[in-house]
Structures are given as structure tokens and as C-alpha cells.
Write a protein that binds this ligand. Structure first.
Ligand code: AQP
Length: 334
């Protein structure tokens, strides 16, 4: 059976980008057609300055929201990365296969390190090495497919390279995974800055729709979205990224098969389009917010899901990581 792994980091409140780029597919498709594991990848939240209490809070909130979005613990495994030691164990072995040059080429490293330095801060070593941890997250489960938004394509490519290199050097150990992306809204852009990704850790929330935003807040953000000069509603990501982003979101809300260029043809004004986008997003998120409120009232349930999930994940990862330890020449415990 196809094995799927994907994760989400507790660096902020989950956004519409996370939902359309990743979570919705996990819920609607992946958990039904494959053996699927989804991780709250909390170790990845430590690569930049962080508040421990906030990471703890956001980890729990992310788990609750994934369940509220429709992940079914009977159909998939939901767990917290730091509860499964195999991720960190394998990461070190993969660091011994990766090169510093390929780490320094990672776009997200370059961007985040530059931003950190511009603020006068220092760059944590883990910011450079976390793509290796991400490779470990994936490879530890013999993963075939990694459903992600397209911002993660480079990291999955690195994971493939490391798997192939490891297998060539030490004998076949890892499945070589591939990334899958949604057909529309693979990269939802910030509503105030449509040339930047809508990212949950970005400081200003004005262009970011959070899954838990009240309907009024969603409407306000969408109605104030930056659009492009001109008045024709056409789908052109280069010339009109603001409009294209709204069309992507509306198409995605209607379904993965919906074509944003065809949606554009239905509109002759930006205002009407924005109103429909706002309505569609509010309706998309309504059941998620409702279920989240119910689950928050039952934290014992969420704990139970995470406990069972970690147990299952450990059971799957352990043999794979043990095999990798033996393959590189480490003596088994006596
Ligand atoms: N804007 C987006 N559009 C489509 N997919 C997205 N994803 C994230 N943003 C978008 C996908 O959601 C999954 C989990 O994302 P993440 O937790 O790894 O990253 P983030 O939400 O982008 O959080 P940060 O902290 O703000 O991350 P960076 O530092 O990357 O900007 C992934 O499948 C991701 O592709």
C-alpha cells in the first residue's frame, strides 16, 4: 500500500495556505487511499527564536485543527514529531550523507538567514540543517508520496537525493519518495503582498487568512486584498499576481478540478470577485471552526489521538532507522 507522510510546523496559527496547499488533500484524499502519517513537526519550530510556551500551545492547536479539518485517527496516524525519537536519530545519519554546499543552496535557508542577519541576530545552525531533519521525517517511514504545497518542492528533492546517495553507498535502505502538489492553490500568496507566500510565521497578519479567523475578519482581509492596476478580470500570475491569487483561492474553494482562468471569465469587476472569494472562504472554514470549538472542550481526546499516533509511528520508523544504523556500519547494541 502506498505510504504517505507530511507535516506541519507549529510556528504560527494555521493558514488558508496550509489548508488549500496541504491539509485539505490529506483529509479528502490521502487518508482514504494510502497508509498516511501526518506529523506536527515541532522540532522544526526551533530553528529561529521561539517562545517555548507558544510552541507548546501551537502544537496542540495544530493537532486539534487537523482533527477539526477532518483527519480521522481511524484512517491515518497523527502524531507529534518530538514524541518519536527516530526522526532525530536518523537525521544525524543523513547529515553524514549530505554536504554543506547543498544545505547552503536551500532557498528557505538563504532567505531566512538573510532576514535574521538583517535584524542583527545570529543564525542557528539548525536553520541550515533542518532540511536534513525533514528528509529524516520522510525517509523514516518508507514514504512513497509527500503531499505538500510547492514551497516544499526543493526540500523533497533534497530528500530524494539523500535517499539515492545513501542507498548507493550503503545498500538499498530507503524508499525514494516523490512530492505531490494540488492542481490549484499549490502556493497561496499573501493578500497584502501577492508576490510572497502566505506564511503562518509572517509578522503582519493583514494579508493572511487564519483557519480560526472569525467570518468578519476573513471578509475584511479579502475585501482589502491588494489587486493590480487595471479593471479586467484575467488570470495572469506574472502580470497580475493579486488577482490571480484571488482566482486561485476561489477555484480551489470550488474544488481541485476547477480552472482559475475559467473562473476569471465569470467576472467583470474586482469587487464582485472579492465578495465571492470572501463568501467561499467563510463557508470553507465554517465547519472547521465549529469542530475545533468542540474539540477544544475535549483535550483528553486530542491527547489520546497523539499518544496512539506516536506509538504507531514509532513502530513503523524503528525498523527502518535501525536498518540504516546497521547499513552505515554502527555496531548493534549488545
Ligand atoms: N501559502 C501556501 N500555499 C500552499 N501551501 C502552503 N503550505 C504552507 N504555506 C502554503 C503548505 O502547508 C504545509 C505545512 O506548511 P509548513 O508548516 O511547513 O510551513 P508554513 O505554513 O509556510 O510555515 P512558516 O513557518 O511560515 O514556514 P516558512 O518558513 O516555510 O515560510 C506544507 O505542505 C506547505 O507546503
Amino acid at each position: 500500500m502506498t505510504r504517505i507522510f507530511s507535516g506541519i510546523k507549529p510556528t504560527g496559527h494555521l493558514t488558508l495556505g496550509n489548508y488549500l496547499g496541504a491539509v485539505r488533500r490529506w483529509v479528502r484524499k490521502d487518508q482514504h487511499r494510502a497508509e498516511a502519517l501526518f506529523g506536527i513537526v515541532d522540532l522544526h519550530a526551533l530553528t529561529v527564536e521561539h517562545d517555548p510556551a507558544r510552541v507548546r500551545r501551537l502544537s496542540r492547536q495544530a493537532a486539534t485543527l487537523l482533527l477539526a479539518s477532518g483527519l480521522d485517527p481511524e484512517r491515518c496516524t497523527l502524531f507529534v514529531q518530538s514524541h518519536v525519537d527516530e526522526h532525530a536519530r536518523l537525521s544525524y545519519l543523513l547529515e553524514c550523507v549530505a554536504t554543506d554546499g547543498e544545505m547552503r543552496r536551500m532557498i528557505q535557508y538563504k532567505e531566512k538567514a538573510a532576514a535574521e542577519r538583517a535584524r542583527g541576530g545570529s543564525v542557528r545552525l539548525s536553520l541550515l540543517t533542518y532540511p536534513v531533519l525533514m528528509a529524516a521525517d520522510i525517509l523514516a517511514y518508507g514514504t512513497d508520496e509527500v503531499p505538500v504545497g510547492d514551497d516544499q518542492a526543493q526540500h523533497v528533492e533534497l530528500t530524494r537525493d539523500l535517499a539515492v546517495r545513501f542507498n548507493q553507498r550503503y545498500g538499498h535502505t530507503f524508499t525514494v519518495p516523490r512530492a505531490t502538489h494540488p492542481r490549484v492553490a499549490a502556493r497561496v500568496m499573501d493578500l497584502q503582498d501577492p508576490r510572497s507566500k502566505m506564511g503562518k510565521s509572517h509578522e503582519s497578519g493583514a494579508g493572511i487568512v487564519y483557519l480560526l479567523d472569525e467570518p468578519e475578519a476573513v471578509r475584511k482581509k479579502v475585501m482589502r486584498a491588494v489587486t493590480d492596476s487595471g479593471s479586467d478580470v484575467v488570470y495572469d500570475r506574472e502580470a497580475g499576481p493579486g488577482l490571480a491569487n484571488l482566482l486561485d483561492v476561489l477555484a480551489a474553494c470550488r474544488g481541485e478540478e476547477c480552472d482559475p482562468a475559467a473562473v476569471a471569465a465569470e467576472y467583470s469587476s474586482y469587487g464582485a470577485l472579492k465578495r465571492d472569494v470572501a463568501d467561499a472562504v467563510v463557508e470553507l472554514l465554517r465547519p472547521v471552526r465549529k469542530r475545533h470549538a468542540e474539540l477544544v472542550a475535549d483535550p483528553g481526546y486530542v491527547d489520546g489521538v497523539l499518544r496512539t499516533g506516536a506509538g504507531r509511528a514509532r513502530g513503523l520508523a524503528r525498523p527502518v532507522v535501525d536498518r540504516a544504523y546497521r547499513a552505515v556500519g554502527l555496531l548493534p547494541p549488545v
